[in-house]
Write a protein that binds this ligand. Structure first.
Ligand code: NAD
Ligand code: IPM
Ligand code: MN
Length: 369
């Protein structure tokens, strides 16, 4: 049987640095009974430099065909002045939209070894394991009109549009409820129905979906601003949070700091299962960006990207045992005291570079055999 295919898009800034460490892990699995056919292409600023657009049509075709896509990060100050539609982030947004990756899973877990590394007190984050389910192909990211108009009186007007249809809210809430059943069976939905019509519809559709198909799951609602406050006041009260594209973007960066660093948070972006094959299109990427402030210095934490590959093993390749093994290897290196520079806590600063962290994870995988 042919090997499953992985398209790797390292991107810009620290993207290629963290992806080089994931390659070591992918290669290790290849040597140990889980081979992949790996292809690589450009996305983001580097694609703009090469082709004048943030992702080429050829790369999009390869992404459509791949069993899973792994992406590093895109963007950086070098491309601040490029046309808006060709900016690096547009490549990532096109991937999400064209592959219809509407369900973005952003788990925030606090590893025991990092319980003193969060900006919150140990007792608030110890054992934390929450999952943010972010709607990814709708809302204000894609709603039309989206434009800046010259009003002709020295003023301009900028418009972004938040749009949600029933089916979009239904399918993302169904994903959240299904995942909750595999966890602590609790979902908290966040919107702002007190100011937004889309928040009102969001609330009502989540309620209806719950009543019709998921009444066994505990459902609560919070206004998203209060939700952000609760996330830093008492984060362990949550199990699964389901929210829209923009709130999910912000709340997941907040959640990152509960785990010690933005460099720890992986994500999976999934499409609907194909009715014939059951296969979901999928893209896996760290929650963090291209970190221009530390790019090229060997300081980046590769764990978010490595854990994103673990999510690929679990969600795209039916390889839960391998995903567990990889997560345990990450747990082991952290328990051994290895720290990249972003992990600031007791015991001082960085002990390892990006590539030393990747090597240690591979060594821990090897030792786990
Ligand atoms: P960022 O996530 O790149 O960085 C925020 C801070 O976190 C920086 O101080 C950075 O050094 C640190 N950081 C992030 N990841 C880290 C890691 N793995 N290891 C150690 N430290 C890490 O966010 P930003 O600075 O606001 O954005 C920079 C660029 O990245 C922008 O162009 C933005 O659009 C883009 N971006 C891309 C993605 C993506 O590709 N998925 C996500 C977020 C931001
Ligand atoms: C993320 C990023 C992206 C987003 C940007 C780079 C388009 O911040 O994946 O969290 O806003 O979704
Ligand atoms: Mn973000």
């Amino acid at each position: 049987m042919a090997n499953p295919t992985l398209l790797i898009l390292p991107g810009d800034g620290i993207g290629p640095e963290v992806m080089a460490e994931v390659r070591k892990v992918v290669d290790w699995f290849g040597r140990n009974g889980r081979p992949f056919d790996v292809d690589e292409d450009l996305v983001g600023g580097c694609a703009y430099d090469a082709h004048g657009q943030a992702i080429s049509d050829a790369a999009m075709e390869r992404a459509q065909a791949a069993d899973a896509v792994l992406l590093g990060a895109v963007g950086g100050p070098k491309w601040d002045k490029v046309p808006y539609d060709a900016r690096p982030e547009a490549g990532l947004l096109r991937l999400r939209k064209d592959l219809e990756l509407f369900a973005n899973l952003r788990p925030a877990k606090c590893f025991d070894a990092l319980a003193d590394f969060s900006s919150l007190k140990r007792e608030l984050v110890e054992g934390l394991d929450i999952l943010i389910v972010r709607e990814l192909t709708g809302g204000v990211y894609f709603g039309e009109p989206k434009q800046i108009t010259d009003l002709g009186n020295g003023q301009k007007r900028a418009v972004d549009t938040q749009v949600y249809d029933t089916f979009e809210i239904e399918r993302i809430s169904a994903v959240a409820f299904e995942l909750a059943r595999l966890r602590d069976n609790r979902v908290c939905s966040m919107e702002k129905r007190n100011v937004m019509k889309s928040g009102l519809l969001w609330h009502d559709v989540v309620e209806a979906t719950h009543a019709a198909r998921f009444a066994d799951v505990q459902l609560t609602h919070m206004l998203a601003d209060a939700g952000g406050m609760q996330l830093v006041r008492a984060p362990k009260q949550f199990d699964v949070i389901v929210t829209d594209n923009l709130f999910g973007d912000m709340l997941s960066d907040v959640a990152a700091m509960l785990t010690g660093s933005l460099g720890m948070l992986p994500s999976a972006s999934l499409g609907a299962p194909d009715p014939k094959t059951g296969r979901r299109k999928a893209l896996y990427e760290p929650v963090h960006g291209s970190a221009p402030d530390i790019a090229g210095q060997g300081k980046a934490n590769p764990i978010a990207c490595v854990l994103s590959f673990a999510m690929a093993l679990r969600y795209s390749f039916d390889a839960g045992a391998e995903a567990d093994r990889l997560e345990a290897a990450v747990e082991k290196v952290l328990a051994d005291g290895l720290r990249t520079a972003d992990l600031v806590g007791p015991g001082g600063g960085a002990t390892v570079s990006t590539s030393e962290m990747g090597d240690a994870i591979v060594a821990a995988l090897e030792a786990s055999l």
